[in-house]
Write a protein of this length. Structure first.
Length: 102
């Protein structure tokens, strides 16, 4: 079980956004805040496996994706979600959203 993901770069603004959101969450939830920016690694998940998959069977496909050109993007909003596992899949409900200024 696991995931295929790509790292996002540059990290600086994403880590600072995560730190800001973590501090805001801690201000409301106190010690019940599960977020930890020290463990945060910005990434883009592209596939999940809920069973064991031999890496050599998917590596050629991943290598093809690495040849694609990079893309720039902007984060214009964040969402507070309730994440849970249901029947071997991730499900979530959006509890609130916040538009970000730029």
């Amino acid at each position: 079980m696991g995931a295929v993901r790509f790292s996002l770069y540059p990290w600086t603004e994403l880590v600072e956004l995560h730190r800001f959101l973590t501090n805001a969450t801690r201000a409301v939830r106190g010690d019940h805040c599960p977020m930890d920016t020290r463990q945060f690694r910005p990434h883009l998940s592209i596939a999940y496996a809920n069973t064991t998959v031999p890496i050599m069977s998917i590596l050629p496909r991943i290598e093809q994706l690495r040849t694609l050109p990079t893309e720039a993007s902007s984060i214009t909003s964040v969402e507070l979600v309730e994440l849970r596992r249901e029947e071997r899949a991730y499900r979530f409900d959006v509890l609130d959203s916040l538009q970000l200024g730029g």
